[in-house]
Design a protein around this ligand. Structure first.
Ligand SMILES: Cc1cc2nc3c(=O)[nH]c(=O)nc-3n(C[C@H](O)[C@H](O)[C@H](O)COP(=O)(O)OP(=O)(O)OC[C@H]3O[C@@H](n4cnc5c(N)ncnc54)[C@H](O)[C@@H]3O)c2cc1C
Length: 265
């Protein structure tokens, strides 16, 4: 049953957070996740539409994406394409259907904490930073964000990514529009980042793969060994943990082949 006492549309982040602090409150972005909840009892539903968090801006070597930016806007953003071969645009393009992409926001995708996100493993692989607000502003590396409950009661303002590097991303799902069973992303700049998502509660870095690739190339057997030993996976309706790990190995092998970092023989 849904019971919501007050619907508000604050005009600033300060006003939004003041209402949130009163308790039994929730922020509303695109509403695609909140709308799927059957049991909600709330004092305040705080619509973020008028908080001016819908923007994509370039500043020096960074790109700042407001939390209320829709997934569709990211698909089409040329600026975002200058970051790590545009893997964030590519991941956004693969998220669900156009109807969902037109209303889902990047902030809602991150803050909903859904394990099957297409977006969060890619953000992890590009060392994104998050700007969060709880009366004060906090700039947090995304690697330190996942699994830390102190951030779940903050308002996400923006996502900061860099305009450099190259990278590649793969996702595996039953059909084109299904939520992913496995997401893998790998990037290179002055360091290597490998991340997997949709197979564990949180997206995870594959540090063994990063270490090997920072020294040179990797063979497909090494990729399989690293994924087998290091990747955490759970079984659910979409597949057994072991199956997902095998898929993750195959996706990473495909990516390192594409980036020219595979060692044959
Ligand atoms: C049919 C369907 C298929 C989907 N398929 C995929 C898929 O394949 N891949 C994928 O990645 N996603 C997919 N999604 C989208 C994903 O599951 C979420 O529904 C979506 O990303 C949430 O975004 P939203 O803007 O609608 O957030 P909302 O539903 O408005 O909010 C989600 C949560 O985040 C909180 N929140 C929102 N914005 C902020 C903020 N700025 N600061 C703090 N908290 C905030 C809300 O309070 C709420 O708890 C799918 C959704 C649907 C409905």
């Amino acid at each position: 049953m849904r019971k919501i006492k007050n619907y508000t549309r604050p005009k600033s982040i300060e006003e939004a957070y003041e209402i949130y602090k009163k308790g039994r409150s929730i922020f509303l972005a695109g509403g695609t996740f909140i709308g799927s909840k059957r049991n909600i009892k709330l004092e305040n539903l705080i619509d973020l539409q008028e908080t001016k968090l819908n923007y994509i801006q370039e500043k020096d070597d960074s790109i700042h994406i407001g939390a209320m930016t829709t997934i569709s806007d990211i698909v089409d953003a040329k600026t975002v394409a200058s970051s790590f071969s545009g893997i964030l645009n590519k991941a956004a393009r693969r998220l669900a259907s156009p109807a969902i992409r037109n209303i889902s926001t990047i902030g809602g995708n991150i803050m909903s904490g859904v394990p099957w996100s297409d977006i969060t493993p890619v953000l992890l692989s590009i060392d994104a930073e998050l700007l969060l607000f709880d009366g004060e502003t906090h700039r947090v590396k995304i690697d330190n964000f996942f699994g830390d409950s102190k951030f779940s009661n903050m308002l996400l303002l923006e996502i900061i990514i860099k305009r450099w590097g190259r990278g590649s991303y793969r996702r595996f799902s039953r059909t084109e529009v299904d939520i992913p069973q496995v997401v893998c992303a790998l990037t290179q700049h002055n360091k290597v980042r490998a991340a997997a998502g949709a197979i564990w509660k949180f997206p995870q870095r594959i540090r063994g793969l990063e270490t090997v690739l920072e020294k040179g190339k990797v063979s497909d057997n090494e990729v399989r060994d690293i994924v087998d030993k290091e990747v955490k996976a759970f079984s659910d309706l979409r597949g057994e943990a072991e199956f997902k790990k095998e898929i993750a190995s195959a996706l990473f092998i495909d990516i390192v082949e594409e980036l020219g970092t595979i060692r044959h023989g």
